[in-house]
Design a protein around this ligand. Structure first.
Ligand SMILES: Cc1cc2nc3c(=O)[nH]c(=O)nc-3n(C[C@H](O)[C@H](O)[C@H](O)COP(=O)(O)OP(=O)(O)OC[C@H]3O[C@@H](n4cnc5c(N)ncnc54)[C@H](O)[C@@H]3O)c2cc1C
Length: 474
């Protein structure tokens, strides 16, 4: 019997379109599937609470799918190089296969591991399974990384089509049994308090759920995406982000299926996958993207300190219904619509003048789709300090955004029960409602729902003058 091959699963928790698994299976070697919880390597970017919850369920699902193929998923925690060498010694494996991660901490760690294992004579192969293209593949006319999205997107469209997704390998042989930690021992789920009820109601993890979600979206939403993507209450979006982040589905599968089912009408949706690629492209070219503004002028930005304001923002108690509804949706379900992410992000950095990194950290902890490239890119975009960012002087008006993208107030009512009976006319500006209207809706401002913690026009003026003062000190 040939020596076993270790397939090291990471954020590619699926069996189909999994190049590492396919390559290992093609050798004919018996397979030992492995997942390592290596939080030390992740440093300050170790999994947040919602990601831990999600990872637990993704791994359970992967273990079930592997078991249906006769394979047993091995779980190990601790530094990846030790976990790998332990498993190699235990099983006699002579080859290791994995799909690449593109977080800076992972690139460092994985290249060291690759060199070391190869030095011991092992065969080590790695593949791209989480992006349409390697982040370094596309370059602008000067041969440099792109800084602007539209030409990047044009380069994607002009490039040869992304590879055809690979089928799930058949007839895999199981490697020798190896000891495994139990997933329960990792304590990824919250216990007391159990804050995950809303997450359980909202999400199904795993490859089967991801493929079903894509099929459903292609059947109903993909062709109408351009018209419906900004409706916050009845989202016309795919909700694929946690599946994509944990690799329960690949972007190549999304790309192919969307074009097959929706044709050119699917392009506005695929453009968002283009944004995902762009964020990874930026992170590859700027490994300090999560920590430092791309526009270095912003290192001198006069951010405020405001603990009370930050707390009100996190808890959804700012007095602006759209902001509060979105922040409470985030806490309850681990998700927030993209339009709402922009509005709450703008509110934090412009209305409250709090550093974008505080918002980035809160999203990191609370999002089920928390993703280093997309999150840091999104926050830098909204703060005005990123590549191709919204200009700083664009301050989202949370009242008008609400009236435009949640015109019936359905999103606000769903997430802020205390405003559920408020007249449509005032649902995004309750402080303007006459007493009689508030009374009829059972709303007592300052008691059942807060008054705005900051006046919109005052905040806008203050933000613009902070921006001007930063520019004056260039
Ligand atoms: C401040 C801020 C923080 C964000 N943090 C994250 C994050 O941690 N993880 C994350 O996946 N997305 C993040 N986004 C991007 C975006 O909001 C989410 O990807 C999207 O809301 C997920 O919902 P969906 O799957 O229904 O998206 P759809 O609209 O259906 O889009 C399909 C896919 O394209 C990708 N995508 C869509 N919009 C963007 C975008 N603006 N940037 C990068 N990729 C995009 C996602 O993978 C998404 O699943 C952030 C945006 C902002 C403004």
């Amino acid at each position: 019997m040939s020596a076993p091959a270790v397939v090291w699963f990471r954020h590619d928790l699926r069996l189909s379109d999994n190049p590492a698994l396919v390559a290992a299976a093609a050798t004919g070697a018996p397979i030992v599937p492995l997942f390592i919880l290596d939080e030390e390597a992740m440093g300050c970017w170790r999994y947040g609470g919602a990601s831990c919850w999600r990872l637990h369920h993704s791994l359970e699902s992967l273990a079930d799918d592997l078991a249906a193929q006769g394979l047993t998923l091995v779980l190990r925690s601790g530094p990846a190089d030790l976990a790998l060498s332990g498993l190699i010694a235990q099983t006699g494996a002579t080859s290791v296969f994995w799909n690449r991660l593109y977080e800076p901490w992972a690139i460092r760690r994985d290249s060291e591991i690759k060199t070391r294992l190869r030095g011991f004579g092992l065969k080590v192969e790695s593949f791209n399974a989480s992006l349409l293209f390697e982040p370094s593949r596309l370059r602008n006319a000067k041969g440099e990384p792109f800084r602007v999205f539209t030409p990047f997107w044009k380069a994607i469209l002009a490039a040869p089509a992304p590879d055809v997704p690979l089928a799930k390998p058949e007839g895999m042989r199981a490697g020798p049994r190896a000891s495994s930690e139990s997933i329960e021992s990792w304590k990824l789920l919250p216990t007391s308090p159990d804050w995950a009820q809303g997450l359980r109601e909202r999400w199904r993890a795993g490859e089967t759920a991801a493929l079903a979600r894509l099929a459903q979206f292609c059947a109903r939403g993909a062709t109408r995406y351009a018209a419906t993507r900004d409706q916050i209450a009845e989202p016309g979006v795919s909700l694929l982000s946690p599946h994509l982040h944990f690799g329960e589905i690949s972007p190549r599968q999304v790309w192919r299926e969307t074009l097959a089912r929706a044709g050119e009408d699917g392009l506005p949706f695929l453009r968002q996958l283009g944004w995902r690629e762009f964020c990874h492209h930026l992170l590859a070219a700027n490994p300090d993207l999560p920590e430092r503004p791309l526009d270095k002028n912003f290192e001198r930005f006069p951010w405020r300190e405001d603990e009370q304001g930050f707390l009100a923002w996190k808890k959804g108690l700012t007095g602006y219904p759209l902001v509060d509804a979105a922040m409470r949706e985030l806490w309850r379900t681990g998700y927030m619509h993209n339009r709402a992410r922009m509005v709450v992000g703008s509110f934090l950095v412009k209305h409250l003048l709090l550093p974008w990194r505080m918002g980035e950290a809160w999203f990191w902890d609370t999002l089920v789709d928390a993703d280093l490239a997309n999150n840091s890119c999104g926050w830098q975009w909204i703060a005005g300090c990123g590549a191709d960012a919204a200009p700083y002087f664009r301050v989202f008006n949370p009242i008008l955004q609400g009236e435009k993208f949640d015109p019936q107030g359905a999103y606000v009512r769903r997430n802020l029960p205390e405003l559920a009976r408020l007249d449509n006319k005032f649902i995004h500006r309750p402080w303007e409602a006459p007493d009689s209207v508030l009374r009829a809706a059972g709303v007592k401002l300052g008691e059942t729902y807060p008054l705005p913690i900051v006046d919109h026009l005052h905040a806008r003026t203050r933000a613009l003058s902070a921006f001007e003062s930063m520019r004056a000190h260039r």
